[in-house]
Design a protein around this ligand. Structure first.
Ligand SMILES: [Zn+2]
Length: 438
């Protein structure tokens, strides 16, 4: 009934440790030169794979590898760049293309598909270089990259083990970072004998089966909103006309705006991590709604902010649970507002949003709507809600009954509810006044 959709990186117990870099002007020039080579390789891959597609030929990684070898032999400027990050570009391109093709084959709706890899423009693409083990070295606390580039790392925390690869990149604010991939060891926490169900929402980012573990929407974006609106106007005013060079002020305004957004993201991550730590410390098994914000692209500002808060909380929870060896189960979100968390009966119609309490017609239990959904997560994950806080009416059947009533797994085979997850959330946002900014 549960699907665990953790990334390959996560499943293998790999984590990223990210640090700021101090980059000298000569190192910056060298990094940007490397990036120009990598960008050319990527764009060449895009062009080749398009041509191969039109000619009805295959264009696998081996072929692209040969293309790179030939290109390096033919153009000295490309060969002047290090081969490690360029080969990594070919590999990344292959992965990205394979993902897009899998989505097309799997007949995913357009908005959920990974798009086919596209051309990276000089102006828009942020520099990012990947080095495998043979392409970098840590010596005397400094990061040495292939091609003689030396960078000073700001060691904000200790690197626990030797890294297997590193990504060096520049963010939108213009700062350089490096992120090392290391194999993490699990740090187990004492068992608690408790389980938790988590439902995501607009007003409360997370509603759980334990009142003490609910996460109210922190609304980090609200305070910053006036500032961001100002920068948005500034960017619009300074935007170059077609065919004109962008001014320095335009670049600056964009940087300020990026800085403001980065700050909100940091605040979100901070509160999400603190909450996740508490949840993981207090529970052995956590059943979480498998929320995918992609469903909701193109909605209001308030909606986007709430989605970002949910995304940050879910990410932090999955990471934290993995770090401490807790069992985390991702539950498909369909029907979670229509099912009864106690007896498993499904309501005939989706609840109207004005209705904040869930009343079951089958067993007569009454509970707040979001709390009911949180209990549904537990039942769907095959957990006993009795292990959660709150009492169960005596004799109320548990998940066996729920399974008997809903024999279909809530995956793709299941009947779509009258209101999809996305529609439900949009309605939720509307019902709560649409004034919530995050
Ligand atoms: Zn019921």
């Amino acid at each position: 009934m549960t699907r665990t959709r953790l990334s390959a990186e996560a499943a293998a117990g790999h984590v990223r440790y990210t640090y700021r870099l101090r980059v000298s002007s000569s190192a910056r020039r060298a990094l940007l030169a490397e990036w120009e080579c990598c960008r050319w390789v990527w764009n060449e891959c895009v062009a080749r794979s398009k041509r191969a597609y039109l000619a009805a030929e295959t264009c696998g990684p081996a072929r692209l590898d040969r293309m790179l070898t030939a290109a390096r032999a033919a153009s000295p400027w490309l060969a002047a760049g290090s081969s490690v990050p360029q080969q990594q570009v070919v590999r990344d391109f292959g992965k990205s293309r394979a993902k897009a093709q899998k989505d097309i084959k799997g007949r995913l709706p357009q908005r959920q598909r990974a798009g086919l890899p596209t051309h990276k423009k000089k102006r828009d693409a942020a520099p990012s270089l990947n080095y495998t083990k043979r392409g970098f070295r840590l010596k005397g606390g400094r990061l040495h990259l292939a091609g003689g580039i030396v960078l000073t790392v700001v060691w904000s925390r200790k690197l626990p083990t030797a890294p297997s690869s590193v990504r060096v990149y520049q963010d939108r604010v213009g700062h350089w970072h490096c992120s090392f991939v290391i194999t993490s060891e699990v740090r187990p926490l004492p068992a608690t004998g408790r389980v938790l169900g988590v439902d995501w929402g607009v007003k409360e980012t997370a509603t759980t089966t334990s009142d003490a573990h609910d996460l109210p929407h922190a609304e980090h974006g609200r305070k910053a909103q006036t500032r961001i609106t100002r920068y948005d106007r500034m960017v619009a005013r300074r935007r170059p006309r077609k065919g004109q060079r962008a001014s320095k002020g335009y670049g600056e305004a964009k940087k300020w705006r990026a800085k403001a957004y980065a700050k909100i993201a940091r605040q979100r991550q901070d509160s999400a991590r603190k909450w996740a730590k508490k949840v993981v410390t207090d529970h052995d098994v956590i059943a979480v709604e498998d929320f995918r914000p992609k469903f909701l692209a193109g909605t209001t500002m308030a909606r986007k902010a709430a989605d970002a808060a949910i995304g940050a909380a879910k990410r932090a929870l999955v990471e934290m649970a993995r770090k401490h060896g807790r069992d985390i189960r991702l539950v498909h979100p369909s029907h979670t507002t229509m099912d009864c968390g106690r007896c498993g009966a499904r309501a005939k119609h989706a609840l109207p949003l004005s209705e904040r309490t869930y009343t079951c017609t089958a067993c007569g239990s009454v509970s707040p709507r979001d709390k009911n959904s949180a209990r549904v997560m537990l039942v769907r994950a095959g957990l006993d809600p009795a292990g959660a806080e709150g009492t169960r009416p005596p004799g109320a059947p548990l998940q066996e009954a729920a399974r008997a009533r809903n024999p279909l797994p809530p995956g793709r085979g299941a009947v779509k509810p009258s209101g999809t997850c996305a529609a439900r959330r949009t309605r939720q946002a509307r019902a709560s006044g649409g004034l919530l900014r995050g």
